[in-house]
Design a protein around this ligand. Structure first.
Ligand code: BTN
Length: 230
């Protein structure tokens, strides 16, 4: 594992390193601070220096269904929090499709996967609010009273990730804590327009299946809003 005080983006760094051909598989990079942190859908991901967990993991030979990596990282983040908290947080802590972690319905963590066009390697980056959260979001310190360093939380996360990537029932474990399933959701479609319906399932490629009453639509990407349980 590598740690840096400050960088632009740990995802960008690991991608560049992978492209140089010298990075070992499963390299992990954690930063205290990012000056150009990237979020999903071209958003920024900001956090004050040292406050939160900001880290990326490199997979040189990703599986044919790369969403299993992001599902595993999301579920590992959830498991690592429960380990540190020494309690089961079912009902309070849940995954939201595709890979957000929600604490009592507010965003606690997000995952961004990026693929190198040159080598096909995949970098999975995670931001998790420990001591600071943007408005409307949750943090471990404020909302759970949990004191943990980014480093210690990352150690736990990597330990859980190792087990999950070997587990034959990874998809089942991901689904078990996915609060999106069975919820009424609204989605802004990339091509324009809005889809509203019930999230009924995840397919083998990690796509979310939404039934709007007339058809079932499979979503690859998107930003969904949970409206209420169906
Ligand atoms: C999201 O938008 O929900 C995903 C956020 C992912 C942020 C993390 S922080 C570490 C890594 N480096 C980045 O530039 N982004 C990811």
């Amino acid at each position: 594992m590598w740690e840096v005080i400050e960088t632009g983006s740990t995802n960008a760094d690991l991608l560049a390193w992978a492209d140089s051909g010298t990075a070992p598989d499963r390299s992990v990079l954690r930063a205290d601070h990012q000056t150009a942190g990237r979020g999903r859908l071209d958003r920024r991901w900001d956090a004050p220096r040292g406050a939160n967990l900001l880290a990326s993991i490199l997979f040189l030979e990703p599986p044919s269904v790369p969403t299993m990596l992001t599902q595993a990282v999301g579920r590992a983040a959830l498991d690592s929090i429960e380990t540190v908290a020494e309690r089961d947080l079912t009902g309070r802590l849940a995954l939201k499709w595709p890979n957000d972690l929600l604490l009592e319905g507010r965003k606690l963590s997000g995952v961004l996967a990026q693929r190198s066009v040159r080598t096909g390697a995949v970098v999975v980056g995670l931001g998790l609010n420990i001591a600071w959260a943007p408005e409307g979001a949750a943090s471990l310190q404020h909302d759970l009273g949990l004191e943990v360093t980014p480093d210690a939380l990352l150690d736990e996360l990597l330990r859980h990730l190792d087990g999950l990537l070997r587990a034959p029932d990874l998809m089942a474990r991901y689904r078990a804590r996915l609060s999106t399933l069975g919820s009424r959701v609204r989605v802004e479609l990339p091509a324009g327009g809005v889809l509203e319906g019930v999230a009924t399932d995840i397919d083998a490629d990690g796509r979310l299946l939404v039934d709007d009453g007339t058809a079932v639509v499979a979503l690859d990407v998107g930003d969904i809003v949970h409206l209420r349980p169906a």
